[in-house]
Write a protein that binds this ligand. Structure first.
Ligand code: DON
Length: 324
């Protein structure tokens, strides 16, 4: 007997059709290798915390994780040093500025948060302090645990960013000046560039997101990836800073913790329920995926995913849909 198509599968296929031809935005080119992406791609993957996948479109296409690495590496430093120690080097306040803004908090000289480049580079600095150059191996291991398969680096994208990333060098030297990193500027930047160049697809990102939604346990492999405290901190900071200077509108219209990357990935976490991932490389001027934003708006509306939506967590609709 043929099994019936799930309501959520119908929904994502309908949403894919609705937005696959949306044509605004540009593929990122400031890292030259990224400009090779196919602008027409759109993938949507959802993984419930009960282990059910719903996917459609270009969900196998590999792309670099870019800034979606930031919450994961932040989680690693939280686990190593504890929130109080991390807070001495990286705050948790929205900056309201672009991701690559060359700016630190007035008075404390800390990066505003771990989602902007300054905060992410400071986090790489903390990992370097603990592991030295091996930090990248620990990063790959952790992300792989969250994705449920061994991940690797795209060497071309890594070299492309390392060769051209002088704005990030400026940020790193500012951090050095204010003692937010302890020397080793080039080594720390290489860790940051390498983590941004880890290859994932939509399927992987949905698993990473669902691991966060499942309070740190990968719902497919059942392996413990992040501890509960780290997940709480990661989710909070993604909620208020994950979409950069678009975060206010994002929270208003979509209302779930999320993180974008300039290769076109967009990861969203519906607490305790599901991980969501979209991939579409055309970006708006803030570096967020244009089709990705539209897909999330629609999903949030249709499934009642907004944190403050009366249909969300604990209510009947989504729970009954996921039970199928
Ligand atoms: O620092 C950079 O420029 C990139 N490697 C990551 C930036 C990024 O993905 C910003 N996200 N929208």
């Amino acid at each position: 007997m043929m099994s019936e198509k799930h309501e959520i599968q119908y929904l994502i296929e309908r949403i894919h059709k609705q937005y696959k031809d949306q044509d605004d935005g540009e593929v990122a080119s400031y890292i030259p290798e990224l400009s090779k992406a196919n602008p027409d791609h759109l993938g949507i993957s959802i993984l419930s915390t009960t282990g059910q996948y719903f996917e459609y479109g270009n969900t196998d296409t590999l792309f670099t994780i870019q800034s979606i690495s930031k919450p994961l590496t932040y989680g690693m430093v939280l686990e190593i040093y504890g929130a109080e120690e991390v807070k001495k080097k990286i705050d948790v306040e929205p900056s309201g500025e672009a991701y690559n803004s060359i700016e630190l908090e007035p008075k404390t000289n800390r990066p505003f948060n771990p989602m902007v480049n300054a905060g992410a580079i400071a986090a790489s600095g903390m990992l370097f302090k603990k592991y030295g150059k091996d930090a990248i191996d620990f990063i790959i291991e952790k992300y792989s645990l969250a994705a449920g398969r061994p991940l690797s680096i795209d060497k071309e994208v890594y070299l492309s960013e390392s060769t051209t990333g002088n704005r990030n060098r400026a940020i790193a030297y500012l951090l050095l000046h204010f003692d937010m990193i302890d020397g080793h500027v080039e080594e720390i930047l290489e860790i940051y560039f390498a983590q941004c160049s880890i290859l994932v697809n939509c399927h992987d990102l949905a698993c990473i997101a669902a691991t966060l939604a499942n309070i740190g346990e990968n719902p497919i492999t059942k392996k413990e990836v992040f501890d509960i405290e780290a997940v709480k901190n990661i989710m909070s900071v993604m909620y208020i800073c994950g979409m950069y200077d678009y975060t206010g509108n994002w929270v208003n219209q979509v209302g779930i913790p999320a993180k974008s990357g300039v290769a076109g990935g967009l990861l969203g976490v519906v607490n305790r329920q599901m991980g969501i991932a979209t991939y579409s490389p055309k970006l708006d001027e803030r570096g967020n995926s244009c089709r990705g934003i539209s897909v999330y708006r629609e999903l949030s509306q249709e499934l009642g995913l907004h944190t403050f939506d009366c249909m969300n967590s604990g209510s009947s609709l989504l729970t009954s849909m996921l039970r199928g």
